[in-house]
Design a protein around this ligand. Structure first.
Ligand code: GLU
Ligand code: MG
Length: 443
């Protein structure tokens, strides 16, 4: 193992190895060690303050009520199976870290939380496959918020304009072992979508970290800024990061069932029912920033309503159909964005879906129209709620949701909620322009 790592690093002339983690502000952070000191860092990694998991997005201080203080150390232990050279930063490599204390998984570790949820699914005989489907803006350098172009959805002019940077992004992702499936300019000016292949849940969350890092890194090399911030421009399309799921058993996809209602298996239906049941609370994990709620508007294709539908892009859960059978093969949660910590978002969604299966939850009727066209009274009659309109509401739901709180564990839940609350209190009266300027490069 040690030799293999040394050889890998030497061959690629790596000087620095970054160990990354994603914190409770959902910011990706890293500490790097020099390869001359590989031996010392290989097993245990690098120490960080425990209080690091209680730092919010807007300043470098510990929030109150987190259960964490600046006294105490936790170790960022490299998971060497994730080692990759960074194509956009020669001389550097990256490895994902697990937060470990005294040799044991630390209760506050987001990656550890997802591992636990994956294990719970496996105990039920279920193997979960997932993908994060990202949208992001490319902006001009400088402090002003100026998109790199003014093109429209699926614009071939936009493709030509951004071909060099998109090509390099795809190449960099592929070089890091991430299969790239599709690309098109998204609906906003300078907005892009690059879709990658689904994989095991833990790998999908790791890929989300790599994706965010790579897109930003390559954009920088092209003198652009990339941002996944859910809403940058009031009148333009938001950045979603839709979550895709399928359930598998012994290599077989359990989602389709030709004889089932909507050709979606009972297991699949209960998973969706669980997601919808817990969604208002889950949103504190999947759409966790104050900015997230600017995106979640009716008629914005962002999943603002608590309902599901076949090929319905206004429903929180869309069941995408396939051109040929079997169909459907997976489900999509649209009420998610890339300001989420991928481990927490995916782990929370898995906990919610599994609860649906355990409790045998049933799914109501699919919605076949844009629910935003109905009046509040009409929606109420059909049991379709408008989902939380701000982070404060989502925090209140999560604080009451025993399933998700237990899944997170009391320590992680307390620290995470404390960070969410601090961000909500800080930002709740800000306008979009100031908020976007401060947050643009965080996500
Ligand atoms: N930009 C939309 C969102 O905020 C999604 C558009 C689409 O359906 O791809 O989620
Ligand atoms: Mg899209």
């Amino acid at each position: 193992m040690a030799n293999k790592i040394r050889k890998f690093l030497k061959k690629r002339e790596i000087e620095w190895v970054r160990i990354l983690w994603c914190d409770n502000a959902n910011v990706i952070r890293g500490k790097a060690f020099h390869t001359a000191f590989l031996e010392e860092h290989q097993e245990q990694g690098i120490g960080i303050s425990i209080a690091q998991q209680a730092v919010p997005v807007m300043y470098d201080a510990v929030v109150p009520g987190s259960g964490l203080a600046p006294v105490g150390e936790v170790w960022l232990r490299p998971d060497w199976s994730t080692l990759q050279a960074l194509p956009y930063s020669p001389g550097s490599a990256r490895v994902l870290g697990d937060l470990v204390q005294r040799g044991k998984p630390w209760a506050f570790c987001p990656r550890g939380f997802l591992r636990r949820m994956v294990a719970q699914a496996e105990e039920m005989g279920l193997h979960i496959m997932a993908a994060f489907e990202n949208e992001f803006y490319l902006l001009q350098p400088g402090v002003e918020l100026e998109p790199v172009d003014q093109t429209l959805f699926a614009s071939t002019f936009g493709m030509d304009l951004q071909a060099p940077v998109i090509r390099e992004m795809a190449q960099a992702l592929i070089q890091q072992g991430i299969p790239v499936e599709r690309y098109y300019p998204e609906g906003g000016p300078g907005q892009q979508e690059i879709a990658i292949r689904y994989s095991d849940a833990l790998q999908a969350a790791d890929r989300q970290i790599v994706f965010r890092e790579t897109i930003r890194g390559v954009a920088l090399n092209h003198n652009m800024r990339a941002s996944f911030l859910p809403k940058i421009f009031e009148m333009q399309s938001g950045n979603g990061c839709h979550l895709h799921f399928s359930l598998w058993q012994q290599g077989q996809n359990l989602m389709p069932s030709l004889t089932a209602p909507w050709e979606l298996s009972k297991m699949g239906r209960s998973f969706v029912a669980g997601l919808l049941h817990h969604l208002p609370a889950l949103m504190a994990l999947t759409t966790p920033s104050v900015n997230s709620y600017r995106r979640l508007q009716p008629h914005a294709w962002s999943g603002a309503f608590r309902c599901w539908g076949m090929d319905n892009r206004e429903a929180a859960v869309r069941i995408p159909s396939n051109p040929t059978l079997p169909s459907p093969t997976h489900i999509e949660l649209k009420t998610a964005d890339a300001s989420a910590n991928p481990y927490l978002a995916l782990g929370g969604a898995i906990a919610a879906g599994l609860d649906g299966i355990r409790q045998n939850m049933t799914l109501g009727e699919p919605v076949a129209v844009d629910p935003g066209h109905w009046s509040e009274a009409e929606r109420q009659e059909l049991g379709i709620d408008r989902l939380p309109r701000d982070l404060g509401e989502a925090i209140a739901h999560l604080s009451q949701n025993s399933l998700l709180l237990e899944a997170l564990g009391s320590e992680l839940a307390q620290a995470y909620l404390a960070v969410r609350k601090a961000e909500w209190e800080f930002f709740k009266d800000w306008n979009l322009a100031d908020e976007a300027k401060l947050l643009l490069e965080r996500y």
